[in-house]
Structures are given as C-alpha cells and as structure tokens.
Design a protein around this ligand. Structure first.
Ligand code: GLN
Length: 531
C-alpha cells in the first residue's frame, strides 16, 4: 500500500514547503523508495497558465503538457520522479471537476456540497498517485493554516488519515520561529498558534520543521514539544541555507528526518546513498572557475519568474566545475540606457521565454550585441523568436521584420502563429504544450551537445518560425539544427560563424537537474568559460 505524507505550512507563506517536500522526496529515494509528489494550490484559477509571472512566478510545464506550479520544478530537480497533470490541483480545478460531474448528473440528485463532495474529490486526486510506482506520495498543501481558502484541503487530509489509518499517513508542518532582535529572543508563540489551528482542524502534526535564522536551543525545543504536542526528536531545526538550496536535504538528514519518517510510516527501505548528491554539492560549493551570465528578461524584478532558468544555469556551472553568477537585466533598461552599460563584461547572454511586446526591443538589442561581439548566446522560446527578428532585420536587411504577436501587420512576419493555433480563442491550456520530439541535424552545436539525433523537449508557445524565410536565413549563415519529425517546425537555430549562438523553441530548463545538467546549459556555460 502507498503511504502518504502531507506537508502543511504555518505562520507565513514562502517558507519553502516545495523545497522541503522535494528534499524529503530526495531523501526517501536515496533509501531506495519510490516517491511521487503533488501540490494543491488554494487559488481559484484552474491552473497558473493564465497568470502573470508577477502574480505567481514561473509556470512549470510537465511532459504531458500541464501548466503547473513552480514547486513541481523543485520536485523534478531534487528527485527522479516525473510529474504530470495529476501532480498539481487548484481549488479551481477541483470545483471545475465537481461541477462537470454535477452537470452530468453523477451525484444522483444529491445536494452537492463542500463536504463531502469537494473533500472527496480532493481525496480522489491524492489517490491518483497511488500505485506500484509509489511507495510514498508526498502532497504539499499550498497557502498556510488559517487561510479560509485552504480549509477544504485540510479537512480532506484529515479525513484521509482517518480513512486509511494513522500508520499510513504522516503530517509534517513547516513553520517559522522568528527571532525578535529587540528582545534578543526566539519566539515560539506563532508556531503554537499555527499548530493550535491545525489541531482545531483535527490534524495533529507528527513532525515540525522549524525555519529559523538562529539556532533553536534544547529548551525551546522542549517548549515547542510540550505546547504543540509533538515529540522532541520530531522537531527539526532548519536554518536558512542561502545560497545553496540544494543543501536542505543535508540539514534534514543530519537531524534524522529520513529515519523518523521511515520509522513512523513503517517503510521498508533498501540502501542508503546520497553520495551523488554530496559530490554535486562539493562542486557547487568549491568550483574551480567562475563565469557571469546576463539574463535579459522582462520579469526580472520577480524572484522566481525564471526559476528553472536560474537553476539550470547553476546546473550548467556544476557540469563545468564552475560558479555561475547571474546578472539579471530588465530588457526595458536596455531600451532606456543602451545595451553596453547593461551587458558589458557578461561572458554569456540568455534571453528566456515570455509573452507580449513590452521589453522585446531591448531583448533584440541584447541579441544583436551577443551576435556582433561573438558573446555566447542562448535563446529560449521567445528568446529564439527575438533572435529570428534580429537576424531578419540586421543581417537579412528586412526592415520592420517582427513577430505577428507584436505587430500583426508587419511586412516581414518571420515569426507567425502556428497553424493549429489559428482557430483557438480560449486562453487556458490551449498553447502547444508539453513534450514534443525533435530531430537534430548532424555536425551542429545542438547535436554535439546532446550527442544523439532524437530528443524530446517541453514546449509552451503559440508562435513559430515562418518557413517562408528559411532559404534567406540559410543563405546568410543561420543553421536550422533541430526540427519536428515532419520537418515543418523549426525547433533549434544556430549561427554558423559564432562561438556559440544557439536558440531553441522549447524549454530545456524544465529538464535540467543539479545531478544531471541539461546538455545545452552545460555547453552554453562551457562556451562562456572559453570565449
Ligand atoms: N510568446 C511566444 C509564443 O507564444 C513565446 C512563448 C514563450 O516564450 N514561452 O510563441
């Protein structure tokens, strides 16, 4: 039988429930257990796909084309488990499913209510991950205890424990232990209140993970234990780990969290190996070289709008024994201040994905600068589309070339709407999404990076390179190094006479891990170290 761990949060949000869930997953995998992870988000949007990155940060895309919360990126980076559309549900998606069932008459004349219908739907979503490929399912409940909107989720996980037996279910509560400098004291009261609220909802946490800036003394642990009704050895101190978030599993393992979980859930383990993770950390913390990469985007001000890109650059560094310093550049700053002051000294330039025209001209300027000065360049999704616009305007001399996303009447639509998108008007979940095969051309930088001909990468876009411009681009030195199997869609473009100028229509950042860096990120960082 699959066992279940529920991770809730208390006191404040942004404590790192996703990272802790991922770390627990990684530790259980290192003990030979099969793990699956999922997240429940209390907001009403059916998925985050229609939200601005300013609201929500990055939208993470799974192989099966679901647009999901960025925590799923942590799950995939820390573990070997693959995520899919059953790994992220929202209040919106749960209600949507229930309402669809009601419209079909599936409730047989009953009054449809939060309890039991919404909670039963949540329980079904949790159980979707049960099966032979899951010894343990870890479910993260978004938001914090005490929020009105996450109450149905708490009620569902309470019922789950009651239904399937407490020996099969574990509740972990992630909380904050603040330090008040004026009183020079660590304060446990917010956690006492948060656990109190959890207990009011009928859930007694088994383990507390306490985020803190200062060391938690034995005395404080005793107090927490007494008032929160949690064993003292199940109170885990988690001091801030910046800048190495991949150290979180070590903090947990040092305090025996993995053993505690195994013992409480009576799990049968097989082996104990975090060696690969430790070697990765060793390189991360003691790199022999360093490089600086400019990331030119339009949501730079948001901490996690490009989360997977930032992480993949670090992975590319690990793959080269090098530290990667990211310089985050607002593309509109390039428009205002000029390209040189913003990009001078950068050893590589990356333009990530995006939507809408704001800041596009700054990105195009950054790409021109990279092309003309032979600085390694990596264009991703919108980054590739901007590179096509730049090449059309400045190399092929096609004045006013653009994407029809930004100028519907452009004379030279080098980027235009995908054929399959022309009749679509609804916004949610309707892009070209998820894993698609891509065939690489031999003797190209892309082929050299992957070392094989057929690859699969994840997509999220509506626009695409316009094949009418292919001949002209080819004659001016652009190589089309990757295509969809029917050769209709350009997936990778690269420049012939440039040390490393590679652009991809897909999102390689969704398939990179610290222990196995994505080949394109690895080669990009390598080029930045040698150019
Ligand atoms: N806006 C572009 C498109 O829809 C690029 C999308 C992206 O970068 N993810 O095709």
């Amino acid at each position: 039988m699959t066992k279940h761990i529920f991770v809730t949060g208390g006191v404040v949000s942004s404590l790192g429930k996703g990272l802790n869930s991922a770390s627990i997953g990684m530790l259980l995998e290192s003990r030979g257990l099969k793990v699956r992870l999922q997240k429940f988000d209390p907001y009403i949007n059916v998925d985050p796909g229609t939200m601005s990155p300013y609201e929500h940060g990055e939208v993470y895309v799974t192989d099966d084309g679901a647009e999901t919360d960025l925590d799923l990126g942590h799950y995939e980076r820390f573990t070997n488990t693959a995520t899919n559309r059953y790994c992220n549900f929202t209040t919106g998606s749960i209600y949507h499913a229930v309402i669809m069932k009601e419209r079909k008459g599936e409730y047989l004349g009953k009054t449809v209510q939060v309890i039991p219908h919404i909670t039963s739907e949540i329980i079904e979503c949790i159980q979707r991950l049960d099966g032979p490929d899951a010894d343990v399912v870890i479910s993260e409940i978004g938001g914090i205890v005490g929020d009105i909107e996450n109450q149905p989720f708490l009620e569902a996980i309470r019922q789950f424990g009651q239904k399937f037996g407490r020996e099969n279910v574990l509740y972990i509560h992630l909380t904050l232990i603040p330090f008040l400098s004026a009183a020079a004291e660590i304060k446990t009261k917010p956690t006492q209140h948060s656990v109190g609220m959890l207990r009011q909802a009928g859930i007694q946490p088994d383990i507390l993970i306490c985020r803190t800036e200062k060391h938690i003394s034995e005395e404080v642990k005793e107090k927490l234990s007494l008032f929160c009704n949690v064993d003292k050895n199940a109170i885990i101190e988690e001091k801030d780990v910046k800048p190495y978030l991949y150290e979180i599993p070590l903090i947990l393992v040092e305090q025996g969290l993995d053993k505690l979980i195994i013992q409480k859930l009576r799990l049968k383990t097989n082996g104990d190996s975090i060696g690969k993770w430790l070697s990765m950390l060793e390189i991360l913390k003691n790199p022999s070289e360093s490089t600086e990469i400019a990331i030119v985007g339009k949501y730079i001000g948001h901490q996690s709008a490009y989360e997977s890109i930032y992480e993949s650059l670090i992975h590319g560094g690990i793959g080269n024994n090098a530290k990667v310093v990211g310089r985050r550049v607002e593309s509109e700053d390039i428009e205002k201040k000029g390209v040189k002051p913003c990009l001078c000294g950068a050893k590589g330039i990356l333009v990530p994905g995006g939507f809408g025209g704001r800041g596009v001209e700054g990105k195009i300027e950054a790409i021109r600068y990279a092309r003309e000065n032979k600085i390694p360049f990596f264009g991703i999704c919108l980054g590739m589309q901007c590179a096509a616009i730049e090449f059309a305007r400045n190399v092929c001399n096609l004045k006013g070339a653009n994407s029809t996303e930004f100028d519907i009447n452009t004379r030279h639509p080098v980027i235009s709407l995908l054929e399959e998108q022309r009749k679509i008007s609804s916004k949610g979940g309707t892009m070209r999404l998820g894993a698609q095969p891509c065939i690489l051309q031999a003797d190209t930088k892309a082929f050299k990076a992957y070392g094989r001909q057929a690859v699969s990468e994840r997509h999220r876009h509506r626009y695409e390179f316009n094949n009418e411009y292919k001949e002209m681009f080819l004659s001016k030195g652009m190589i089309f190094s990757g295509h969809s199997p029917n050769e209709q869609l350009v997936e990778i473009m690269e420049l012939k006479d440039h040390p490393w100028f590679v652009c991809v229509q897909f999102h390689p950042e969704f398939k990179s891990k610290p222990t196995s860096p994505h080949p394109l990120f690895k080669e990009f960082i390598k080029a930045s170290l040698t150019c």
